[in-house]
Design a protein around this ligand. Structure first.
Ligand code: GDP
Length: 526
């Protein structure tokens, strides 16, 4: 039973995340995109951190201090006939497993790179997660208005460090103070940075020979001949444009531009929207796929934001809709427990006043107010659809703390709190083999702060956390476990499923172990 209306709505969705290292320009480009979509009226709206815009909201204390808000978790706007959902991937001190999990809820990703810095640590980590999913990855090389590295060198770095083919959709004409424009290979035109210097037109179409009209003033500039040569070279030496590879995330279309001066951003947006996929069919636990056009609603929880309102201990469960249409007040089943629930208290993320009349379909995100029913990875479905979506992966933590109850009399609430927060996916937990101490693991510092805050406020259990120097967790096959393998250079522990792992201080310690026990395979999570 195909519903043409639903199909049309779903096909218009473009749901993606921007992955980048802090300061590459993610916020700046996001704002430009929102401006194009008419979702905000002035730049500087997204980063409430700097303006204190969020002071009047009642998010939990940590969020207030950091200015994270549920309103910037998902940003939705319309552009042409597309409905765009940008999912935020908090970085820096706000980095957490939720940042990774958000990448499980998108259909494509945009990688923003600083042209002077190239690929940085956090970009690489996030890239690996996206790459494993095999979804399209688009690259925006930013800050062209500053002197950066040679474009060719940046493309080579993409291939070397990330092992992905690249195809330049456009090519810079100069950079920094000498930036003149972009040779837009894909759209066959030149986009001038300062059109006023060359007759006023910003976009100059190219003829079949790939040239601009003979009488155009830009022809006289020294840079024109140079860019023709460069583009010729790139076309000959580089990979050819391959839609299939792009769709599988094996080739990344690369765009150059400058987010701050809003140069090349609109071209990027329009070309991106043309290529970025509409919502995919999602895989279930049993490997089947649910079509996004399936009329009955289903979705999964990929993130839980806790304690939005300390007085009520409310949380918001972020649900990626995988099929059908969400309607306010609809009845759904929570797959894990079989419990029937009504979806009434729900936030949608349309960034303007039309919020209430929009319908959400496959590809969209809704925020469900939760009093403790949901866990990360949960599936929700309508009627008889009865699906369970694939489990979300766990990510290898890189920060570890020993944790104890501050008050020994509160052991019971301490244990209960830890159990529940671990189950919910807020933090990972291990116990050391020898001393049976609790160790918690996270991918970002924020997770520890949220953990400490929630233990105190929700479970009335103050905790003492002691940082450990260990940064690398590696799992081993239980059959290969020998307690003698523990040493001063590592800590042997078990995870909550009783699987053994080692915590190493650094790569040196890991290598030392690998040399000593060459037959023991050291595994990481995703
Ligand atoms: P985020 O941490 O990735 O969100 O980065 P921001 O968008 O906050 O940008 C970091 C800094 O780089 C800010 O000072 C921006 O003004 C600046 N910036 C962003 N894009 C550009 C650009 O295209 N050119 C220049 N010169 N600076 C930029």
């Amino acid at each position: 039973m195909d519903n043409p209306n639903l199909r049309k709505e779903v096909d218009s969705r473009r749901t993606f995340a921007i992955i980048s290292h802090p300061d590459a320009g993610k916020t700046t480009i996001t704002e430009q995109l929102l401006l194009f979509g008419g979702a905000i009226r002035q730049a500087g709206t997204v980063k409430g951190k700097k303006t204190g815009n969020f002071a009047k909201s009642d998010w939990m204390e940590i969020e207030k201090q950091r200015g994270i808000s549920v309103t910037s978790s998902v940003m939705q706007f319309d552009y042409d006939d597309k409905r765009v959902n940008i999912l935020d991937t908090p970085g820096h001190e706000d980095f957490s497993e939720d940042t990774y999990r958000t990448l499980m809820a998108v259909d494509s990703a945009v990688m923003v790179i600083d042209s002077a810095k190239g690929i940085e640590a956090q970009t690489k980590k996030l890239f690996q997660v996206v790459k494993k999913r095999g979804i399209p990855i688009f690259t925006f090389i930013n800050k062209l208005d500053r002197d950066g590295r040679e474009p060719l060198e940046l493309l080579e770095e993409l291939e070397d460090l990330l092992q992905i083919e690249s195809y330049p959709m456009n090519w810079p004409i100069g950079m920094g103070k000498g930036l003149e424009g972009l040779y837009d290979i894909y759209n066959e035109r030149i986009e001038l940075y300062r059109p006023e210097n060359y007759g006023g037109e910003r976009l100059i179409p190219l003829n079949q020979a790939g040239e601009i009209p003979a009488d155009h003033p830009f022809r006289g500039s020294g840079q024109y001949d140079q860019v023709l040569e460069e583009v010729e070279l790139v076309k000959e030496a580089g990979d050819s444009f391959d839609r299939k590879k792009i769709a599988r995330g094996e080739q990344t279309p690369v765009f150059f531009g400058s987010a701050l001066t809003n140069f090349g951003v609109q071209t990027f947006l329009e070309t991106f929207l043309e290529f970025a996929p509409s919502p995919y069919a999602h895989k279930t636990e049993t490997g089947e796929e649910v079509s996004p056009y399936e009329p009955e609603f289903s979705g999964f929880v990929f993130k839980i934001q806790a304690n939005m309102n300390p007085a009520h201990r409310d949380r918001i469960a972020f649900v990626r809709i995988c099929s059908g249409t969400f309607e306010r007040g609809m009845d759904i089943t929570l797959e894990r427990t079989g419990k029937k629930m009504k979806l009434s208290n729900v936030t949608q993320f349309m960034a303007d006043a039309r919020e209430n009349i929009q319908e959400a379909v496959a590809g969209d995100i809704i925020g469900v107010y939760d009093t403790g029913n949901y866990q990360i990875g949960d599936t929700l479905f309508e009627g008889k659809l009865k699906v369970a979506y694939e489990e979300l992966p766990s990510f290898t933590p890189e920060l570890f703390m020993k944790v104890q109850a501050k008050n020994v009399m509160k052991q019971k609430s301490f244990h209960k709190g830890i159990q529940q927060l671990v189950q919910e996916g807020a933090i990972q937990m291990y116990r050391t083999y020898l001393t049976d101490e609790y160790v918690i693991g996270a991918v970002g510092q924020l997770q520890f702060e949220v953990f400490q805050y929630r233990m105190k406020n929700e479970y009335n259990a103050e905790v003492v956390m002691t940082p450990m120097g260990h940064k690398i967790a590696r799992w081993i096959d239980p059959e290969q476990l020998d307690e003698k393998m523990g040493s001063s250079r590592n800590i042997l522990a078990r995870d909550r499923f009783d699987q053994p792992l080692f915590l190493f201080e650094n790569q040196f310690a890991e290598r030392w172990f690998a040399d000593k026990y060459p037959d023991v395979k050291l595994k990481s999570l995703m």
